[in-house]
Design a protein around this ligand. Structure first.
Ligand code: ZN
Length: 429
């Protein structure tokens, strides 16, 4: 057990054992499936997978013989502690920061995390705009064993030049009293180092920067310093919000880990990203009655096709940070399948992007995600075959996280995740 990390074997999962009978076991990495398989799970981890796993005495068998069984899904860009609304703020999130306290947003984040888990998302990369380190608190609460939720890879406060992503009034900028928990200002090399260290100190697992949201974008040298300082702090990676072509070009040259959002990307930039192995976390909002426009969507689909054709490393990602009446956060997220389908990407490729690629961009692939012995049992089940029809992911009926059953027969069963103390240890931060 390294410093500040959850123990390898979680006490909250200790003593539990299940055998899962899978009608169709899917390996998203190879895009293949095998029928009639058994997965034995003990103490939160997968022990054995095969057609003839011997049932041990007293171990419960979970019968998923009528289902496809597969690894949990990943949303590589979400904001669990931000939920702006049509009413009262007219979806202007600037106002959400004024009316929702850090405390209420922390409670929203717990709920949003559970909603994501219920939709099969066992990993969420949570990239800022989470008030005063709500994302760290949520990750820690989940890892310590207070509440159920996905594995969180969180950024802490987004780092940007003066003003961050916003155009605050001079009053706000001067007193740093409103809006400011959302952005950590770093304009000079010293400030960049300091900001990275502050985020690491307060629990960030990835560094998120605003590359070019002000008329004074970060330079290539600035971003190289971010990359160096993040690497120095336990090997963290740098995710860059990019909205201009020039910003993208600089970010690619600096060798950041991932470009967040697709708006600035084009065929030429995709070629450069593919060459350098930079992740594309496109947050491709679909056109629906509650989001985007046909024109925006058409351009987005063209960009996605270009990225796919150029072999860019792509992640399923949403930027979900709003409320749609009648939909859970998980349902808002899974609706992004519309964009991937419109781009003509085959179901089995989308599934690989949502699982294998998600764990890779989250930089946890060697520790979590694939269904194989020794790995945490993060397992979901759906009706139908997502290798052929990706929309079958819209109906997740079973979710296991760290070897504990979170959802069964379409109903959340969170009891085993709730504890009256930090059952996995309080030295997790
Ligand atoms: Zn975002």
């Amino acid at each position: 057990m390294s410093r500040g990390q959850p123990p390898e074997f979680l006490p909250s999962s200790a003593g539990t054992a299940y055998v899962i009978r899978a009608g169709r076991l899917i390996d998203p990495e190879t895009g293949t499936a095998t029928s009639d398989q058994y997965i034995s799970v003990k103490d939160g981890r997968i022990v054995e997978i095969g057609p003839n796993v011997a049932p041990s005495v007293g171990v419960e068998t979970i019968d998923l013989s009528a289902f496809s069984v597969l690894p949990g899904l990943v949303d590589a860009h979400n904001h669990l502690a931000l939920t702006y609304k049509k009413f009262p703020e007219n979806d202007v999130y600037y106002y959400t920061y004024i009316q929702d306290s850090t405390a209420i947003r922390a409670i929203q984040a717990v709920s949003n995390g559970m909603q994501m888990l219920s939709s099969g998302f066992t990993v969420v990369r949570d990239l800022g705009n989470n008030a005063l380190y709500v994302d760290s608190a949520l990750r820690i609460a989940i890892e310590q064993g207070w509440v159920p939720g996905p594995t969180i890879i969180n950024s802490g406060i987004i780092i940007g030049g003066t003003g961050g992503q916003f155009h605050p009034t001079p009053e706000m900028a001067r007193y740093h009293s409103i809006v400011y928990p959302e952005y950590l200002e770093a304009d000079t090399p010293d400030e960049i180092v300091k900001a990275v260290r502050q985020n690491v100190l307060f629990g960030a697992k990835v560094i998120k920067i605003m590359v070019d949201s002000q008329p004074y974008p970060y330079t290539v040298e600035d971003m190289k310093l971010f990359v160096k300082e993040a690497a120095n702090a336990g090997g963290l990676k740098v995710a860059g919000h990019v909205q201009t072509e020039e910003g993208a070009r600089r970010a690619i040259e600096a060798g950041i880990w991932s470009i967040e959002h697709d708006v600035a990307l084009n065929d030429e930039l995709h070629k450069l990203m593919a060459q350098k192995g930079i992740w594309r976390v496109g947050t491709e909002t679909p056109f629906t009655e509650y989001s985007s426009t046909q024109e925006e969507f058409d351009r987005r689909v063209v960009r996605m096709k270009s990225a796919y054709a150029n072999g860019v490393k792509m992640a399923f990602s949403t930027d979900a940070d709003y409320y749609v009446p009648g939909m859970s956060r998980g349902q808002v997220v899974i609706d992004f399948l519309k964009t991937w389908k419109a781009a003509g990407i085959p179901s089995k490729e989308i599934l690989k992007i949502m699982t294998t690629n998600g764990c890779k961009v989250s930089d946890i692939y060697g520790k979590r995600g694939p269904l194989k012995p020794g790995f945490p049992a993060d397992i979901i089940a759906v009706n139908g075959n997502p290798l052929e029809e990706i929309d079958s992911l819209r109906n997740v009926s079973f979710v296991m996280k760290d070897g504990l059953v979170f959802k069964r027969d379409g109903v959340m069963t969170p009891e085993r995740f709730l504890h009256g103390g930090p059952v996995n240890g309080w030295r997790i931060w």
